[in-house]
Design a protein around this ligand. Structure first.
Ligand SMILES: Cc1ncc(COP(=O)(O)O)c(C=O)c1O
Length: 409
């Protein structure tokens, strides 16, 4: 039996990992061109990127915003969702998924996730639908695509909008169609940690021209399409992107396809190596998900079988040379923002005069999400760009920690 590196043994993995972001003379020249042109403000490059990204995901229209958080708010506003409306969201996500709903004075209702996909479970979505439900906001968590067939059927049956939180799924596809182009609209983030980045940035994609126009207006001070500059029609804000950001994104977009394929092929190596490994469960790929962005590679550690908690497993993995993290530590509804409703600053569930119902987030429980938050390990999308040899060593390191878990007890 090999001794674990955490106990003084040799490391299983001696690689340096690719750094992020990845850029070269393409971005350098593009930035310089914008600089020297003097056209720094929301212009041709922004439009070019909007169309290029919409084309990449298979949507008709793209409207950029300064980040994914406000892009979600704009999508909700654009669909007319507001005070007293309920929007069903998953609790396994970044806070913006739920806070965007609150910011438009609507009510986030949490539906549990599916243990295999880590995305919202359509069965629980249906159980949470009421006469106030206006939309469902699936998150394509970590690049996995939510069950869009089942959600589409529910949306049709109950007359709901679907807003995809596609902030992890650049390049992911469901039955060969890109995420963000599957519901009424979809929102992406280009924040620094994301698989395509301009440090900050976001976009709303849709096939609906009127919705795109409303979103444009909300992001551009409420201006009207083709209307005069100092006329304002909607209560918008200034959420515009700059030409510098668009120039970088155009460069980044040229790499996205190859990087996504590379991440997929490295993930397939890990899947094969970890298959059937006692103590580890890898969520299975869904055949209708024809491409997966792999914002993270995810597996679950079963403490009952290994006898060690995931935090200890992660420490041992780090010592073997494989940096990993535990991911979202708690479901969104367990955040103080929700648990203290009524005590802290007023927000819609306690203050919305149009709701006519009371909601107490301290009683919400999504058991699958609660378990996933306690036993999941994330590997970064950057690691998945390493060469095949390094990925095989990652698999060996995971196996080594599992097989020698007794040393950690
Ligand atoms: C699932 C999800 N939704 C929304 C956002 C918000 O995006 P941004 O950071 O660009 O505001 C993020 C960012 O991490 C996210 O992970």
């Amino acid at each position: 039996m090999a001794q674990l590196a955490i106990n003084g043994g040799n490391k299983a993995c001696e690689h340096t990992w690719p750094t992020w972001p990845i850029w070269d003379d393409l971005e350098r020249k593009a930035l310089n061109d914008v600089l020297e042109s003097g056209n720094w403000w929301y212009g041709e490059k922004v439009r070019q990127f909007e169309q290029a990204f919409a084309d990449f995901q298979g949507a008709k229209f793209g409207v950029t915003a300064c980040n994914g958080t406000v892009a979600l708010e704009v999508a909700l506003l654009g669909l007319g969702i507001g005070a007293g409306d309920e929007v069903i969201v998953p609790p396994y996500s970044f806070v913006a998924t739920a806070s965007a709903v609150l910011r438009v004075n609507a009510i986030p209702i949490f539906a549990d996730i599916h243990p295999e996909t880590l995305c919202i479970d359509p069965v629980d979505v249906e159980a949470k639908i009421t006469d106030k439900t206006k939309a469902v906001m699936p998150v394509h968590a970590l690049g996995y695509v939510a069950d869009m067939d089942a959600l589409g059927e529910l949306a049709e049956k109950h007359k709901l909008f679907i807003i995809e939180d596609a902030c992890h799924s650049w390049g992911s596809q469901w039955k060969s169609k890109g995420t963000g182009a599957l519901g009424n609209c979809g929102v992406f983030s280009f924040q620094h940690s994301k698989n395509i980045t301009s440090a900050e940035g976001g976009i709303i994609l849709t096939d609906d021209e009127d919705l795109a126009d409303r979103c444009r207006s909300y992001t551009n001070c409420g201006r009207g399409k083709g209307k005069s500059w100092y006329e304002h029609y909607l209560l918008g804000s200034n959420l515009r992107l700059t030409e510098f950001q668009a120039a970088i994104l155009l460069g980044q977009l040229t790499r996205l396809e190859d990087q996504t394929l590379k991440r997929q092929s490295n993930a397939a190596i890990l899947n094969e190596a970890l298959q059937g490994l006692p103590g580890i469960a890898v969520p299975a790929d869904e055949p209708r998900m024809t491409r997966r962005s792999y914002h993270r590679y995810v597996f679950r550690v079963k403490p009952d079988e290994l006898g060690v908690p995931p935090e200890r497993f992660i420490e041992a993995l780090a010592a073997e040379g494989v940096p990993a993290g535990p991911g979202y530590p708690i479901p969104l509804y367990k955040n103080p923002l929700f648990q203290k409703s009524g005590e802290g600053p007023a927000f819609c569930p306690t203050s919305c005069p149009y709701y006519g119902r009371k909601i107490d987030y301290t009683t919400v429980c999504c058991p699958v999400c609660e378990a996933v938050c306690c036993d999941t390990v994330w590997l970064s999308h950057t690691m998945l760009l390493a060469d095949e040899r390094a990925i095989r060593d990652v698999a060996s390191a995971i196996k080594k920690v599992c097989e020698n878990a007794g040393e950690l007890r």
